[in-house]
Design a protein. Structure first.
Length: 257
């Protein structure tokens, strides 16, 4: 996949959506904050991000206002189909040095991926996998969402959602669930809560907040990741409260979408 910018070859490796309903969670907890991280206006129609290399092998991220084009490419690739992603130059509104995510692929026949030597402005860099913070927490939640059934199989069958006052509860879990419930009363910025079909009439729900990420399915349990618990994945059983919370978050995400 090759496009041209300023008459120099650009080799496309992958594409990402940056929209209120879908954006690289590594950047921020919500859509507006993700746009701010890239110094973009939070346009309602969103953007497409095209990650690739120039002829020297340098990493670049192109921003196109044609999000639909990138969405078509991502959908085709997810189905195992070939798709030549070549955003027209008139749609490219920014060329950002670096990549926000680490890629395991590269363009054959050119130098290995490296940061541009003459880049102007902030350099996009993937988060350090050996560290723990908001970006790593959100990436961890992404991983659970992609491999839900594997994580579910690792979870014991005795997980329960504790009623308030009925026994000890992890304070970080209690705070995160309370803040997620507060979203139902005061809707958060777009993208803080997202929802997608998960098969068998279920929905996959994702919510983020200050210091926490929740990944769940409306017919199943939830998993929480906390900034204060490095590398830990905390399961939350359904109990009497979680189903209503997840259904409410799902409705909120769909209303905002």
């Amino acid at each position: 996949m090759v496009t041209t910018t300023d008459q120099d070859a650009f080799y496309v490796l992958t594409g990402l959506l940056l929209t209120p309903a879908q954006f690289p969670a590594v950047l921020a907890d919500d859509y507006a904050a993700a746009c701010e991280a890239l110094e973009l206006e939070p346009w309602e129609a969103g953007y497409g991000l095209v990650l690739g290399q120039d002829a020297d092998g340098a990493r670049w991220t192109l921003v196109t206002h044609d999000a639909a084009l990138v969405a078509c490419a991502v959908a085709a690739w997810d189905c195992g189909l070939e798709y030549e992603l070549e955003p027209p130059e008139r749609t490219v509104i920014a060329s950002l040095p670096g990549w926000p995510l680490e890629l395991t692929v590269q363009t054959p026949g050119i130098p290995d991926p490296h940061d541009p030597a003459d880049a102007e402005g902030p350099l996009l860099t993937p988060p350090d996998p050996a560290a723990w913070g908001p970006a790593q927490r959100r990436l961890g939640a992404d991983e659970i969402g992609r491999n839900w059934h594997q994580w579910l199989q690792q979870t014991g069958t005795d997980v329960r959602f504790t009623d308030p006052g009925s026994g000890p509860r992890h304070p970080g879990v209690a705070r995160a669930l309370a803040e997620a419930a507060a979203y139902l009363r005061t809707p958060p910025p777009a993208g803080r809560v997202r929802s997608a079909p998960a098969g068998e009439n279920a929905r996959a729900v994702r919510a983020d907040g200050p210091g926490w990420s929740l990944v769940a399915r409306t017919d199943d349990i939830a998993f929480l990741l906390l900034d204060d618990e490095p590398g830990e994945v905390l399961p939350v059983g359904r109990g009497p409260e979680l189903p209503g919370l997840l259904d409410g978050l799902d409705r909120l995400a769909r209303d905002q979408g």
